[in-house]
Design a protein around this ligand. Structure first.
Ligand code: ATP
Ligand code: MG
Length: 262
């Protein structure tokens, strides 16, 4: 049996009197894409925040690549190879694509310039271009400021940055985990296709992917497995090929009884 990249057991999380997560078990394997579905308020974002270290569960266990870990901050999760892409993206608008991709890990010019903290923009642009080529995405020249990009191009850059971080900062002995919270919510047809291609490419690189979305066609296209939350409980965990659209809608709305087969 494969060791899951990420495994959560019996996760419980309360916001005051609201029980946002109720004994949730969840796992994602290396190179697997899991679609995490559910109606508004079902607990999807809360579960992603537990995985990314932004929220601590009231009870429950988190294992990364078979090792139990306790996340106190998002940095702990990031050090363990987990990157979350939020809907608001957190790109720096006035900076160019290369700088945004390298944010927090700027390359310095060789000695003696490095003594003065001089950033090597040429090297950064070359390595950013190489990273995007590897992921099969080329949206615009590396020197273009992010504020001049469309929403879809920005989304691609934000997701690519997460991919680059897990692929490069990999001292963890696994291929990393990317958590995407509604990455195509604001995108049109072409841009959704672009993000879809990028998600598949990242999975091919061995990255484990959790995709929160309200877009069922997208989920059925890219996901290997589908997990549905309803009022903080997991009501379905099934392989995509073993289910269909009507069943998934039934689990989302609560019309269909719970089913955990995967
Ligand atoms: N910071 C918070 N404080 C209090 N309650 C919260 C907080 N965040 C979420 N909740 C509550 O927890 C429950 C789950 O919310 P969550 O944001 O995880 O839902 P979601 O599945 O992501 O929904 P959506 O599809 O609308 O994004 C909801 O009842 C919500 O009102
Ligand atoms: Mg949400």
């Amino acid at each position: 049996m494969t060791t899951p990249a990420l495994n959560l057991s019996n996760i419980e999380l309360h916001y005051g009197f609201v029980r946002a997560l109720d004994s949730v078990n969840f796992h994602v394997n290396p190179g697997e894409i899991v679609g995490l579905l559910g109606d508004n308020g079902a607990g999807k974002s809360t579960l992603l925040k537990v995985m990314s270290g932004a929220h601590r569960p009231t009870t429950g266990k988190i294992e990364v690549n078979g090792r139990e870990l306790h996340f106190h901050t998002p940095k702990d999760a990031s050090d363990a190879g987990i990157q979350m892409v939020y809907q608001d993206l957190s790109l720096v608008e006035a900076q160019d694509i290369a700088t945004n991709l390298q944010l927090g890990r700027e390359q310095l010019r060789p000695f003696p310039f490095n003594l003065f903290g001089i950033v090597d923009h040429g090297a950064m642009q070359r390595s950013s271009a190489a990273q995007l080529d590897r992921l099969g995405v080329r949206t615009a020249p590396m020197t273009r400021p992010v504020e001049m990009l469309s929403g879809g191009q920005r989304q691609v850059i934000a997701i690519s940055r997460a991919a680059v971080r897990v692929m490069e900062g990999n001292k963890t002995g696994h291929n990393g985990i990317i958590l995407l919270d509604e990455p195509t919510a604001a995108l049109g047809y072409e841009q959704t296709r672009l993000v879809e291609g990028l998600i598949l490419k990242m999975a091919q690189e061995g990255i484990a992917i959790v995709l929160v979305t309200h877009n069922l066609p997208l989920c059925f296209k890219v996901a290997d497995r589908i997990v549905v939350l309803n009022r903080g409980r997991k009501v379905a965990d099934v392989r995509k090929n073993d289910t269909d659209n009507d069943s998934v809608v039934g689990w989302i709305t609560g019309a269909k009884a719970a089913e955990v087969t995967a």
